[in-house]
Design a protein around this ligand. Structure first.
Ligand code: FPP
Length: 235
């Protein structure tokens, strides 16, 4: 992987967990469980490669429409992951932040999220932005409300509202996404970081997320390196 351009900010839509499990005659939830192992290994790989930011789509605002049992399973998986399984990633210098609405996440999930943010706040290798109860539409609504409050309180004028201002007032102040990967062959953004993905390159491997191992990530990097990014210019 020598001499490859490493994207500064990678987005991963971790799709296909349910199908991965169903094809093995397992309950869908086993796909999510297996996905946590994949995610851990990928994070370490990204640290080794020098990726600075990774945003993952863990749970969308729309995912609450899933069956109650699956939603409950995922909420418990998040608690276990942030409370226990992150220990290894903490040691690997990974900093965890979150994007999304807190309401209506269960108290125990919120506690686990707050703890992991506090415990990893001084880490400097990879920033892992976990999009949980996240949707781009909700993010834009929430940012607009925040901006209107500031305007109403006289803290900003209309001239203060610039692209930079908007970037700073989204859920997290992050650099733009360079590369968005959606596993499982679906060709959709599904309300994931629309603003931040404006000039991202997209990659849609057929493989389901639980099988998206480090080798698959390296294949994705080779594809990224073949892209000619012009950002609206001609070069
Ligand atoms: C999409 O696959 C996946 C999700 C909605 C959940 C993603 C959650 C994890 C990968 C768990 C690990 C994450 C953390 C932060 C611990 P799907 O269920 O829609 O799969 P399908 O399209 O095959 O049905």
């Amino acid at each position: 992987m020598k001499d490859l351009l490493i994207p500064n900010h990678v987005g991963i839509i971790m799709d296909g967990n349910g199908r991965w499990a169903q094809e093995r005659g397992l309950p869908r939830t086993m796909g999510h469980k297996h996905a946590t192992g994949t995610l851990k290994k990928l994070c370490v790989h990204m640290v080794d490669l020098g990726v600075h930011y990774c945003s993952i789509y863990a749970f969308s605002t729309e995912n609450f429409k899933r069956e109650k049992a699956e939603v409950e399973f995922l909420m418990n998986l998040f608690i276990t992951f942030f409370n226990k399984e992150m220990d290894y990633l903490k040691k690997k210098n990974v900093k965890v932040i979150f994007s999304g609405r807190r309401e209506p996440l269960p108290e125990k999930v919120l506690e686990a999220m707050d703890d992991i943010v506090k415990e990893t706040k001084d880490n400097t290798a990879l920033t892992l932005n976990v999009c949980l109860n996240y949707g781009s539409h909700a993010e834009i609504v929430d940012m607009t409300k925040k901006m209107c409050e500031m305007y109403k309180d006289g803290d900003i004028t209309l001239d203060d509202i610039t692209e930079e201002f908007i970037e700073k007032n989204l859920y997290q102040d992050l650099p733009p996404l360079d590369f968005v990967i959606r596993t499982s062959g679906e060709l959709r953004l599904s309300n994931f970081m629309m603003y931040q993905a404006s000039y991202a390159e997209f990659y849609f491997p057929k493989v389901y997320f639980p099988d998206f191992n480090n080798e698959e990530f390296d294949k994705a990097l080779l594809v990224f390196n073949k892209r000619n990014r012009r950002f609206g210019g001609t070069k």
